[in-house]
Design a protein around this ligand. Structure first.
Ligand SMILES: [Zn+2]
Ligand SMILES: [Zn+2]
Ligand SMILES: [Zn+2]
Length: 186
């Protein structure tokens, strides 16, 4: 089963932003549009090129953050967590919900692994001998390359004459390829 990308229509005819993330700046902008300028969620959704649901969800998270509540269960945060919020608009979870989230992610990854599905998207089959699918591996690869890091290990910088890999990973890939050829023809 492969998940299809959602139709453009859900952002009301406006082309959705690819890989939209709620940055601190966007959260502040949204809060300002909604609270100070009194603009509608639909209007904000069109401005940000996202769905109205995402605006609603972000507003709910920010309300909880404003009242110093856990974004998940709504329980009041402990004093030290409240202090750590500072001026940020990003919401946080209480320790209980944090643990629950970790447990759930762990369980989903384990279940995906048992079914030989990708450990990142849990939907597409994992590549042979890998724990992620092709799409998720390439996405991670691109994210790392954008930062100037090796797409494979994500730790070392891309080698001088290369486009995507560090020296160590290039050497390793070449050796692996040689080994594979030897095994296939030997
Ligand atoms: Zn909680
Ligand atoms: Zn995947
Ligand atoms: Zn590398």
């Amino acid at each position: 089963m492969v998940l299809q990308p959602r139709a453009d229509s859900y952002t009301y005819g406006v082309k959705p932003i690819e890989n939209f993330v709620w940055t601190e700046e966007r959260l502040k902008q949204t809060w300002d549009m909604k609270i100070n300028q009194g603009r509608s969620s639909l209007d904000i959704a069109k401005t940000l090129h996202i769905s109205k649901t995402r605006v609603h969800n972000a507003m709910r998270r920010m309300y909880r953050r404003m009242y110093a509540q856990c974004v998940q269960c709504g329980d009041p945060l402990s004093e030290d967590l409240r202090d750590s919020l500072g001026n940020r608009m990003t919401s946080i979870r209480c320790p209980k919900c944090n643990q629950a989230k970790r447990d759930l992610q762990h369980e989903l990854r384990e279940r995906a692994r048992a079914m030989e599905l990708c450990g990142v998207c849990h939907v597409r089959p994992a590549l042979k001998g890998r724990t992620a699918c092709k799409a998720c591996i390439s996405a991670a690869h691109r994210r790392r390359n954008k930062k100037g890091l090796c797409g494979h290990c994500g730790e070392r910088p891309i080698r001088k004459k290369g486009k995507a890999l560090c020296i160590e990973c290039t050497v390793k890939m070449r050796k692996d390829a040689q080994l594979r050829r030897a095994l296939n023809h030997g």
